[in-house]
Design a binder for this molecule. Structure first.
Ligand code: SF4
Length: 388
């Protein structure tokens, strides 16, 4: 296979541990992190490699049930299972945050069962009020101090600014990649995009940026991009850390052109804005600007004391209408992993909102595994017939 950006992304995606072990052999320290709240810039600034913890749908969950209840979402159980089986033995530490209730529990259970050399739990407020922002900034200072103790290095403001610059560059490049999904047919498929995103979650940020430049250049040049399909889907909901679900949709008549998930647009779209103290910009980006249903935001509603349901829905989901317009989406897949309450509780409101703006949607709850996904094929097919 010729070495191109897309091939390289696919190769990394097929066995993420290979690149991690190479980095480790080269003397790099690798820090696993969960979800989108751990502040990556601080790790990069200290020459640590942030490496996102993902599950593996091909690996049966056989060990995690000894320490996590079976009502924890199957993604987290898979991550824990891989940890217990030594599949993350190259990690020098982990950073986990209060993304959702079960991820908070998992952070402590990971520390107790796997006892890594470095473990930090970044408590993350669930509101965006000024006092929550202040508290989060203080928690970031503490996070910075623990990293300094672990590495024996000082994290200077200059290093932090440089790390912000390089991560913002990555965010801009990912946006550019997403823009290439706007034409009809899209220039890059949903499956290829997920492969690139998984590769980015496995590489130091500078290497990730190089890969993105290669992929973007290649996609713009090639003549054999994905064929156009009548359905242009946006996928919303729980994390998608493998290509199976997107592949299923694209194999039966859809182009998956946009997402609102935590490995995809949610992780990259807001940049860190420049501030005198970079911790202010970081606190704002990670607590306020990141879009996740786990955060309760103060909205215009509260300010003008207007409490009608549709205004509330517009405040919560209006950005999805913008995505749908920009990416010419004609159907939304609301996919939620079993026991993922954070997303499950959003489904009734989001379904009402989609009805209100006249955008068809379908709700799919699923388990983490290829066999379980196969059962969704008929439902997705029926949905595509309706919107096609
Ligand atoms: S999929 Fe849902 S329940 Fe699982 S870690 Fe993510 S937000 Fe939490």
């Amino acid at each position: 296979m010729a070495e191109t950006g897309l091939n390289r992304a696919k190769e990394i995606c097929q066995d993420r541990a290979v690149s991690a072990r190479e980095l480790k052999a080269g003397g790099r320290k690798i820090i696993g992190y969960l979800d989108i709240f751990p502040v990556l810039e601080m790790m990069t600034a200290l020459d640590l490699v942030p490496y996102r913890l993902l599950g593996d749908i091909n690996e049966p969950i056989t060990r995690a049930d000894t320490c996590l209840p079976t009502v924890v979402c199957p993604f987290l159980r898979s991550v824990m299972d891989l940890g217990l089986k030594g599949k993350y033995d190259f990690l020098d530490g982990v950073v986990m945050a209060h993304g959702c209730e079960v991820s908070e529990k998992t952070a402590h259970i990971w520390r107790i069962y796997l006892d890594p050399p470095y473990a930090h739990f970044l408590d993350t407020p669930h509101t965006t009020h000024p006092s929550a922002r202040q508290q989060f900034k203080a928690l970031l200072k503490y996070f910075k101090e623990t990293l300094e103790v672990f590495t024996g290095k000082e994290l200077s403001t200059e290093k932090l600014r440089e790390a912000i610059r390089i991560h913002n560059r990555q965010r801009a490049l990912v946006r550019e990649l997403y823009h290439l999904r706007k034409p009809d047919p899209p220039l890059v498929s949903g499956v290829e995009t997920v492969q690139v995103l998984i590769a980015l979650a496995s590489l130091p940020v500078a290497e990730g940026n190089e890969l993105l430049r290669q992929v973007i250049g290649e996609v713009k040049q090639r003549k054999n991009g994905p064929p156009g399909k009548p359905a242009r889907l946006m996928v919303w909901g729980s994390i998608i850390d493998n290509t199976a679900l997107i592949d299923l949709m694209e194999s039966i008549g859809a182009n998956v052109v946009m997402d609102d998930t935590s490995l995809g647009s949610r992780a990259y779209f807001p940049p860190v804005e420049p501030t005198d103290d970079p911790l202010d910009g970081l606190a704002h980006r990670y607590l306020v600007a990141l879009n996740s249903p786990r955060t309760f935001r103060e909205t215009i509603l509260n300010k003008i004391n207007k409490k009608d349901y549709l205004t509330d829905l517009e405040n919560r989901f209006g950005y999805l209408k913008d995505y749908a317009r920009e990416w010419s989406v004609n159907g939304v897949i609301l996919q939620v992993l079993r026991y993922c309450d954070i997303h499950g509780y959003e489904v009734p409101g989001l379904s009402d909102y989609l009805d209100h703006i006249g955008l068809p949607g379908i709700y799919l709850e699923h388990d983490y595994g290829k066999a379980a996904l196969a059962q969704l094929r008929t439902r997705v097919q029926a949905f595509l017939e309706i919107i096609g």
